[in-house]
Design a protein around this ligand. Structure first.
Ligand code: PMP
Ligand code: GLN
Length: 390
């Protein structure tokens, strides 16, 4: 039989699925795949449920329900002072994952180059390759994840079509500074390139590190496609509702990609998310504060268990160096080991790099109930204490 698509048939099952399955198999606490273990706001569940019963269950408009596009526009204005026309500058998608694919499909022709910053989310590179475009990877490294400006500038060239920028960043928790963003904006202007901005963790920043959309910088309004996710903002990762904001000239082509991928997104969920985006500021600050407390709780626990915990200023994730524990083996072996023997699952950070990568860091999700975080820490502490004695 003839071979199937060469990129997809050689793509591994995502590490998140692999580690979640291993966690189930070993009855481990899953601090691997990033999803909250509590429900999001009850009024939004009620709104989504009610919306199923009032006769609007047929195809919603291609670009999204007007009430959600209006809410996305209002949120852009409220949080960032951005003026986004709800009629022509928003597309609602089935999660940020589809938003990313739609934006990439809208911008790229075969042979175009896309600049990306490692460590990175695992759907970016395969989608770029599927489109026949070429990823140009620039690395940030632990413990500081500093942006290597000379290398970043060198990655841009005449074939550069876009940068794909994730801030706040998974898995590092890095929140790009105004200075870094200004540097990136300068490169985009110089090379006439676009930016796809994966901002799914926009409302999950800590310690006063404000999230700054690249789109708010001078000259960037016309070059950026900004992606948000209801999964992260309302703690409903299974809903898969995403939204893209951008200039009408780009959004009109993004809509064509969306038309060919999914065409629409469940209308009841769109209506609930519209209600969510209209919540008062206290909801959004409360979300970040609650998550910051969990970060502190898990961070302190891991530190006490013997890990060297790296600072994280945003997202659901903390990264930790496990080398002080004396484990012999790389991060993949470590994450398997703790899942099987300490019954706590984590994600190896090397999974977020192509090829050679740092091998002694694990990513832990702290978007879990405090008692679950405490139990995970207790298990890890007991396990490594026991092993130290052996
Ligand atoms: N981007 C990043 C950086 C993520 O961590 C995730 C994970 N959920 C996504 C995109 C995908 O978001 P969604 O679930 O809305 O598709
Ligand atoms: N974004 C989630 C994470 O980084 C995973 C999403 C998925 O499993 N596709 O853990």
């Amino acid at each position: 039989m003839k071979p199937l698509n060469s990129i997809l048939s050689t793509t591994a099952v995502t590490i998140f699925t692999v580690m979640s399955a291993l966690a189930v198999q070993h009855d481990a606490i899953n601090l691997g795949q990033g999803f909250p273990d509590t429900e999001g706001p009850a009024d939004l569940v009620r709104a989504a449920a009610d919306a199923l019963f009032d006769g609007r269950n047929q195809y919603p408009p291609l670009v999204g329900l007007p009430e959600l596009r209006q809410a996305v526009s209002a949120a852009n204005k409220r949080f960032y002072g951005l003026e986004i026309d709800p009629a022509s500058e928003v597309v609602v998608t089935s999660g940020a994952t589809e938003a990313l694919a739609s934006c990439l499909a809208a911008l790229l022709n075969p042979g175009d180059e896309v600049v990306l910053i490692e460590p990175l989310y695992d759907t970016y590179v395969p989608v770029i390759r599927l489109l026949g475009a070429i990823p140009r990877l620039v690395r940030t490294m632990p413990p500081n994840w500093d942006l290597p400006r000379t290398e970043l500038a060198a990655a841009f060239g005449p074939k550069t079509k876009a940068i794909l920028l994730n801030s706040p960043m998974n898995p590092t928790g890095k929140v790009f500074s105004a200075d870094d963003l200004a540097f990136i904006a300068g490169l985009l202007a110089q090379h006439d390139a676009y930016a796809i901005c994966d901002e799914v963790y926009e409302h999950l920043t800590f310690d006063g590190h404000a999230h700054i959309p690249l789109m708010t910088l001078p000259g960037m309004r016309e070059r950026c496609l900004r992606i948000g996710s209801a999964g992260k903002t309302f703690s409903f990762t299974g809903w898969k509702v995403g939204y893209i904001s951008g200039p009408a000239s780009l959004i009109s082509v993004v809509a064509k990609a969306h038309q060919n991928l999914t065409f629409t997104t469940a209308p009841n969920l769109q209506r609930a998310v519209a209600q969510g985006l209209a919540k008062d500021d206290a909801y959004f600050t409360g979300l970040a504060m609650g998550m910051q407390e969990r970060r502190d709780r898990l961070g302190a626990g891991l530190e006490a268990a013997g890990f060297a915990v790296l600072p994280t200023h945003g997202s659901y994730f903390i990264t930790a160096d496990f080398s002080p524990l004396g484990f012999e083996g790389d991060d993949i072996a470590f994450c398997r080991h703790i899942t099987e023997h300490a019954r706590v699952a984590a994600i190896p950070v090397s999974a977020f790099y192509e090829g050679d990568a740092p091998r002694h860091f694990a990513r832990f999700a702290f978007c879990k109930r405090p008692e679950v975080l405490d139990e995970a820490v207790a298990r890890l502490t007991a396990h490594f204490r026991r092993n130290a004695r052996l």
